[in-house]
Design a protein around this ligand. Structure first.
Ligand code: PLP
Length: 395
C-alpha cells in the first residue's frame, strides 16, 4: 500500500526519528575504554525514570518476559509462596512463569475488566501471620484488558498488615508512560521492556531492584545464570556487561531517556492521560463500552474496547489492517474475538490518534457495527480542541 502503515498496538510502539537514528550507528567495541563514560550516566538517568535513589537498574538483553524471569529467579527459592491476582492474559502469563519456576502461587482470580483487588490482598496479608508469602505481584497495567491498578494501595495493604513480603510490579506497559514511584511505593522489583513507553524496538528488559531485593538475591535458591543480578552488578559497576550487550538498543535508550526527561515525566504522564481520554470519548460516542469496568481501572496506555455481540474483533483487525493500513491490538485469550485494543502510548499525539480512530471507525462501519460515521473522531477532536493551550488546560 502507499503511505505508511500505522501502528496502534500497545507495543511495540512507534520509534521516534531521533531514536531510530541513535540506533543506526556502526557496531562498536563493548569493551572500549570509554564505554563507562556512556553507560554509567545512563544507569543514573534510568533511576530517574523509576523514581528511585536507592534502587539499582538492570538492562538485560530480553523482552519483558525475561525481566519477569530475572525478577523471580534472583530473589526467591523453590516452593516460596507468592500472592498474585489474575485478570488478563499478562497477569495470567506471569503466574504461569512463577509456577513453572516451582513457586507456590496463591492466585486471586478477578473478573477481566477489573484490576488488583486491594481488599482481598489486604485480607490475605493480614491472615498470613507466619509470613509465608514472600512476594506480592502486581501487574500495574494489564495490557490485555486496558486495566490500570493501584500499586501504592498494595504498599498500604502490606504496611497495614506489617507484612515483610517483597512487592513486584510488572510495569511493562506502564513505566515511562504513567506514574511509577519505586521508592515512594516501596517497590522491590519493577520490570519493564524497551518496546512500549521507552519507544524502542523490543530487546531490552529494563528493570529496577530495591536494596532489599538485592540482599535477597545473595541467597535466593532458584537456578539462574544468564539473568544473574550478581554477575550484572560486578560488571555494571565499572560500566560494562557480563556478556555482549545490544549496544545499538542501548544507544537508542540513551536517546529515549533524554526525550522522556526533556519532556518531563509529569508531562509525559499528563499527555498519556489526555490522549487516552480522547479515545475514551470516541468509544463513548460509538456507544461501545470499555473492557475496564469502572473509571478507576481505566488505563492511560491502552484502551480495550468491546464489540457488540455478533461481531468478531479478528475481522475488524483484518479489515483495519488490509483496507486502511492500521494495526490495532487483538483481544487475547478469554476476550479473543470480543475486544479490540487501541494503544495510545509512547511517541504519540492527537492527530496520530485521530487517524487510528478514523480508521477504526471505517472498519467498524464496514463490519456493520451500528455507529454514526465520524462520531468517534468528532468526540475526540472536540475533546482535544478543548485544550486550547496544551493538555494541561484539561487536566
Ligand atoms: N507484561 C505486560 C503487562 C505486557 O503488556 C507484556 C507484553 O505485551 C508482557 C508482560 C510481556 O512482555 P514481552 O512481550 O516484552 O516479553
Amino acid at each position: 500500500m502507499q503511505g505508511t502503515r500505522s501502528l496502534f498496538v500497545p507495543g511495540p510502539t512507534n520509534v521516534p526519528e531521533d531514536v531510530r537514528k541513535a540506533i543506526d550507528v556502526p557496531m562498536e567495541d563493548h569493551r572500549a575504554p570509554d564505554l563507562p563514560a556512556f553507560t554509567l550516566p545512563l544507569f543514573a538517568d534510568l533511576k530517574k525514570i523509576f523514581k528511585t535513589d536507592t534502587g539499582r537498574v538492570f538492562l538485560f538483553p530480553a523482552s519483558g518476559t525475561g525481566g519477569w524471569e530475572a525478577a523471580i529467579t534472583n530473589t526467591l527459592r523453590p516452593g516460596d509462596k507468592v500472592l498474585a491476582s489474575r485478570f488478563g492474559q499478562f497477569s495470567h502469563l506471569w503466574i504461569d512463569l512463577c509456577q513453572r519456576h516451582s513457586l507456590n502461587v496463591e492466585i486471586v482470580d478477578v473478573d477481566w475488566g477489573e484490576g488488583v483487588p486491594l481488599d482481598i490482598y489486604a485480607e490475605r496479608l493480614k491472615a498470613d501471620k507466619d509470613h509465608k508469602i514472600k512476594a506480592v505481584l502486581v501487574t500495574q497495567n494489564e495490557t490485555a484488558t486496558g486495566v490500570q491498578s493501584d500499586v501504592s494501595g498494595v504498599r498500604t495493604a502490606l504496611d497495614d498488615a506489617g507484612h515483610p513480603a517483597m512487592l513486584y510490579v510488572d510495569g511493562v506497559s506502564s513505566i515511562a508512560s504513567v506514574d511509577f514511584r519505586m521508592d515512594e511505593w516501596g517497590v522491590d522489583l519493577a520490570v519493564s521492556g524497551s518496546q512500549k513507553g521507552f519507544m524502542l524496538p523490543a530487546g531490552l528488559a529494563i528493570m529496577c531492584a530495591s536494596e532489599k531485593a538485592l540482599e535477597a538475591s545473595k541467597s535466593a535458591g532458584l537456578a539462574r545464570c544468564y539473568f544473574d543480578f550478581q554477575d550484572m552488578i560486578q560488571t555494571n559497576d565499572s560500566g560494562y556487561f557480563p556478556y555482549t550487550p545490544p549496544m545499538t538498543l542501548i544507544r537508542g535508550l540513551r536517546c529515549s531517556v533524554d526525550r522522556l526527561l526533556d519532556e518531563g515525566l509529569e508531562n509525559v504522564f499528563a499527555r498519556h492521560h489526555y490522549l487516552a481520554e480522547g479515545v475514551r470519548k470516541a468509544a463513548d460516542a460509538w456507544s461501545l463500552r470499555l473492557c475496564a469496568k469502572e473509571p478507576k481501572w481505566y488505563s492511560d496506555t491502552v484502551s480495550a474496547i468491546c464489540l457488540p455481540d455478533g461481531y468478531d474483533s479478528g475481522e475488524l483487525l483484518a479489515r483495519a489492517y488490509h483496507r486502511y493500513g492500521i494495526s490495532l491490538g487483538a483481544g487475547l485469550s478469554k476476550v479473543a474475538g470480543r475486544v479490540f485494543r487501541i494503544g495510545h502510548l509512547g511517541d504519540m499525539n492527537e492527530v496520530m490518534l485521530l487517524s487510528a480512530l478514523a480508521g477504526t471507525e471505517m472498519a467498524l462501519r464496514d463490519l456493520g457495527v451500528p455507529i454514526v460515521a465520524g462520531s468517534g473522531v468528532a468526540a475526540a477532536q472536540e475533546y482535544y480542541r478543548g485544550a486550547a493551550n496544551g493538555y494541561s488546560d484539561l487536566l
